[in-house]
Design a protein around this ligand. Structure first.
Ligand SMILES: Cc1cc2nc3c(=O)[nH]c(=O)nc-3n(C[C@H](O)[C@H](O)[C@H](O)COP(=O)(O)O)c2cc1C
Ligand code: SF4
Ligand code: SF4
Length: 350
């Protein structure tokens, strides 16, 4: 086999020149313009390669390999059909039913979760898109209830301190006068419920933070990740949905994320490097609550913008008049579209 490969760059594709038929499909999907045609064959010519493997995935001749990149993610607790599912062939109804049925779970059975399930959930998380394909996400698994309780105690201590500060009216007012109303806002919104939650935890062992979850997954990003927060949250949503299909309940714990941002000690105690940023904490376990139906959602009224093809400015010939378009702004819905020749901002619901 003769191959075209630039070894100095990690993850650059190697193209088997004998297998390559010169169809150029790989060039058409490459976001980094890494590939070009030479003598009727695809070659690596660009300096950049985000290692997205789109070229490998599209090549009909299996001429492309990417070293160090798993082609098929393997799971320990279930099997997956590893054949590519083309657009339009998935079961939308089933997918949306899963999305609609996922609930934030606030009551868990005591059973622990198989660590292999937790690891599979992390792998499922990594199927999400990531900015520049950086995949700079990090996952920390707390597989047993004692670890979750340790985490909970650290978060509790952080909020106890914050509550003490917020209870001081002088400090609140001073900060507000200096244009920093965060502590006063916290006091009005959270102080009372957090004080109650902390008391219930100390006196009765009621866990209002993690809701008694026997496991947790913390999702973060490595330093320098271009879209670390977005990547981590997309991975998180994959985990929430997949967990539901595995019989697990989940709940995002924003209070834990907020505490970790305030108190570096929490991250250190959990052996998470200081330079990682935490974006989501997922409480997990077998749900002790049974729902009968979906919850529903607030009605959304999306805006609709249709491209302005040609605007007639005052005194010009044919085409929609600018003043006419502006007067239409906000008065049309997408389903009651303007005539095809005209276009503009529309502001009402479908
Ligand atoms: C960013 C974020 C943070 C959240 N933090 C908490 C939390 O600290 N505690 C909690 O019980 N629920 C938390 N939730 C869950 C929301 O309350 C829940 O998603 C919302 O009420 C809708 O319910 P559903 O998830 O069942 O659809 C959080 C959700 C999100 C998206
Ligand atoms: S897609 Fe495969 S066969 Fe087609 S040009 Fe690229 S490497 Fe060659
Ligand atoms: S891995 Fe992605 S960026 Fe690199 S050559 Fe292939 S398609 Fe282009």
């Amino acid at each position: 086999m003769t191959s075209h490969h630039t070894p100095s760059r990690p993850h650059t594709p190697a193209i088997d020149q004998e297998k390559c038929t010169g169809c150029a499909l790989c060039l058409s999907v490459c976001p980094d313009r890494t590939l070009s045609m030479r003598d009727g064959k695809a070659v690596v010519s660009g300096d950049r390669c985000m290692a997205c493997a789109h070229c490998r995935a599209v090549c009909p001749s299996q001429a492309i390999t990417l070293p160090d990149l798993e082609q098929e993610i393997s799971f320990k607790t279930f099997t997956v059909d590893n054949t590519y599912l083309p657009p339009g062939q998935g079961d939308t109804s089933q997918l949306v039913r899963i999305m609609l049925s996922r609930r934030s779970c606030r009551s868990y059975k005591k059973n622990s979760v198989d660590p292999q399930l937790l690891e599979d959930l992390v792998r499922i998380g990594t199927t999400a898109p990531s900015g520049t394909n950086s995949q700079g996400w990090t996952f920390t698994i707390l597989p047993q209830r004692p670890a979750v309780e340790t985490f909970g105690n650290l978060v509790g201590a952080c909020f106890a301190k914050l509550n003490r500060q917020a209870a001081n009216p002088l400090l609140r007012n001073l900060l507000s006068m200096l244009g920093k109303p965060a502590l006063a806002n916290y006091y009005h919104r959270y102080h009372k419920t957090i004080a109650l939650g902390l008391r219930e935890w100390e006196e009765q062992g009621i866990d209002r933070l993690f809701h008694g979850a026997p496991a947790a997954i913390i999702v973060g990003s490595r330093p320098g990740t271009s879209c670390g927060k977005e990547d981590a949250l997309l991975a998180t949503q994959n985990i929430l949905l997949a967990a539901h299909t595995m019989g697990l309940g989940t709940c995002l714990i924003g209070f834990a994320v907020a505490a970790m941002a305030r108190s570096p000690k929490i991250q250190r105690t959990l052996n998470i490097p200081d330079d990682e940023t935490i974006h989501a904490v997922i409480a997990l376990g077998y749900p002790a609550e049974v729902y009968q139906r979906f919850t529903g959602r607030k009605v959304v009224t999306p805006r609709c913008f249709e491209a302005i093809t040609k605007i007639r400015h005052p005194g010009e010939g044919r085409g929609p008049d600018l003043a006419e378009l502006q007067s239409n702004t906000g008065s049309e819905s997408c389903s009651a579209r303007l005539p095809p020749a005209s276009a503009g901002m529309t502001g009402k619901s479908f």
